[in-house]
Design a protein around this ligand. Structure first.
Ligand SMILES: [Cu+2]
Length: 172
């Protein structure tokens, strides 16, 4: 027996009051979400991260990052100094970054092998950037509170992923 669709008049029912209420709620939520998403850059323009990304030469970048680490690991980075960090299986090029509170620092971040995630946690601050290989990310950060922050890798990058740790000490 062939299946013949029933005529519309046989199955169509007006929307009930409850259905109309749900449609109105869903529409309102969609409008609120769209409005807040689109207006976010106006409300908080500094949180657009990263501020720029460009292709880079991993060999040259590795040298710059290692050079930065050999000078500043565990020592206060003076204001107006660019920070260079390279991610690699399974470490960050610098293990302890010491920064001054309330100062704008320009960070450069690049991966020398696979995708890593640069995530800062601590003191209520959560900041996260995915680091794709072959790209250098540049962004500005300003730590408002002194204290110890931790950087973890937030993209699974292999067996040593969990050991990718780095400390940021923010001093007054
Ligand atoms: Cu990882």
């Amino acid at each position: 027996m062939p299946l013949i669709p029933k005529p519309v008049e046989e199955w169509y029912k007006e929307f009930s009051k409850q259905e109309k209420i749900w449609i109105a709620i869903a529409l309102a939520v969609a409008i609120i979400l769209a409005a807040t998403t689109l207006s976010w850059p106006l409300i908080d323009p500094k949180h657009e991260v990263p501020s720029s990304a460009r292709e880079f030469n991993p060999t040259a970048y590795k040298e710059i990052a290692n050079n930065f680490s050999s000078i500043y690991n565990g020592k206060l980075v003076p204001p107006n100094t660019d920070i260079y960090i390279a991610a690699q299986q399974y470490f960050w090029s610098i293990s302890t970054l010491v920064l001054k509170k309330g100062v704008d620092y320009r960070f450069h971040l690049g991966s020398l092998d696979v995708i890593h995630g640069f995530t800062i946690v601590g003191n209520g601050t959560v900041y996260s950037i995915m680091v794709m290989p072959g790209m250098e990310y540049v962004f500005t950060m300003n730590f408002k509170n002194a204290g110890t922050y931790y950087v973890i890798c937030s993209e699974y990058c292999g067996y040593g992923h969990g050991s990718m740790r780095m400390v940021i000490e923010v001093v007054a």
